[in-house]
Ligand binder design. Structure first.
Ligand code: FES
Ligand SMILES: [Fe+2]
Length: 382
């Protein structure tokens, strides 16, 4: 029996939470099957028939928009013998046809066609054999989340303090709705998925990992940059005191680096999905946000600035991935068991439901671990 009270304490966590395959299996069931999980943005399935593949933990799903404009999240698994019915990452189709024996499903999940169906008698209930629909699907400002657990709070309650940042992020676009530049940037690293979530709200590392790109007139020493535990595991580096994020994606503005528990990162001009593959393998899918109403040349600069910093040969993200790899390798020295997360523990301030820390404090990470522990230990059910 895993003892989460021992493994996750205020100010430190046991390194096995990042490296033990049994804990990974457990969190796939608890964290990713008992909580809202980010699936994709409505802009990715803007028209009837549009679909997008995604994952909930490791479970493959398809986000679809049916002809009545309803969103569905369907398990990507044929009800005959279990083959994935959808292979393309994005597309538009009114139906999915399983390649193995030809069963056909509508894009709302209903099973409509069974090949050579006379071999089934009346005990075969076609209406019960649709693609399994994930029971809770909701969107907030176009960000679509789904939950395999029926009994979760309303999405807007779950988002807690993160909602305000999602609003600001969306409001940068004319009309409050953005879309994406073409393509998904896919990267991966040999390390645990939680490294990436913790890093997304880590204001302590840029001075070191990203030293080469931090401007000399660095503003990060200014105490107006904060970290916030936004509730329910979400956290943010909040530099809004310096203004909104620069529309051209440069470092000129302020803005925020936010993570939404358990798998969404929103920062600068990008939306990232963190996809756990195994205890020591993680994929990161990034899409670059295209703002409506922006002049073409600023828009191009925005994309270019993203590539310069966060692209495959960028000056920022690849260095983070290198740290994740070294982090995993460091854990091989397992005679030391603990990871400390106590920066600013005793100087946090409370503002409403949020805990506020300094820029380099581990306030948001502690919030992440409180939520993780609640789900993995089952105390969310109490
Ligand atoms: S597994 Fe899909 S039709 Fe047989
Ligand atoms: Fe970083």
């Amino acid at each position: 029996m895993l003892d989460f009270d021992t493994l996750v304490q205020e100010g430190r966590v046991h390194a096995s939470v990042y490296s033990d395959p049994a804990i990974f299996e457990h969190e796939m069931k608890t964290v990713f099957e008992r909580s809202w999980v980010y699936i994709g943005h409505e802009a990715e399935v803007a028209h009837a028939g549009d679909y997008k593949r995604a994952t909930m933990g490791r479970q493959p799903v398809i986000l679809t928009r049916d002809k009545g404009d309803n969103l569905h999240v369907l398990l990507n698994r044929c009800r005959h013998r279990g083959t994935q019915v959808c292979q393309d990452e994005f597309g538009n189709s009114s139906f999915f046809r399983c390649a193995y024996h030809g069963w056909t499903y509508e894009n709302n999940g209903d099973l409509t066609g069974v090949t050579f169906s006379d071999a089934y008698d009346e005990t075969f209930e076609k209406e019960k054999m649709g693609l399994l629909r994930v029971p809770r699907v909701a969107s907030y400002r176009g960000f679509v989340f789904a939950s395999l657990e029926v009994n979760v709070s309303e999405l807007s309650d779950y988002l807690a303090g993160a909602a305000e940042f999602i609003n600001e992020f969306s409001d940068l676009s004319l009309g409050g709705e953005f879309d994406f530049f073409e393509g998904t940037q896919k990267t991966g690293y040999d390390g645990n998925w939680k490294f990436s979530m913790e890093n997304g709200m880590d204001g302590y590392h840029p001075d070191f990992v990203h030293r080469s790109v931090i401007p000399k007139s660095t503003r990060v020493n200014d105490s107006r940059a904060l970290t916030r535990d936004l509730g329910n595991g979400h956290g943010v580096i909040d530099s809004r005191a310096f203004g909104p994020p620069a529309l051209d994606g440069s470092d000129d503005g302020g803005g925020y680096y936010m993570t939404v528990f358990p798998n969404l990162v929103v920062l600068k001009s990008q939306v990232r999905i963190i996809r756990p593959v195994s205890v020591n393998r993680t994929e990161v899918y990034t899409r670059v946000v295209h703002l409506r109403g922006l002049e073409d040349d600023i828009s191009k600069t925005r994309l270019r600035n993203h590539q310069i910093g966060f692209g495959p040969a960028g000056s920022i993200s690849p260095d983070d991935y290198e740290m994740f790899r070294r982090n995993r390798e460091g854990f091989e020295a397992h005679s030391v068991d603990w990871v400390t997360l106590m920066r600013g523990l005793h100087s946090e301030e409370i503002e409403g439901n949020q805990r506020i820390g300094g820029l380099r404090d581990e306030t948001p990470q502690r919030g992440f671990w409180r939520q993780w522990k609640k789900l993995t230990s089952g105390t969310d059910k109490e």
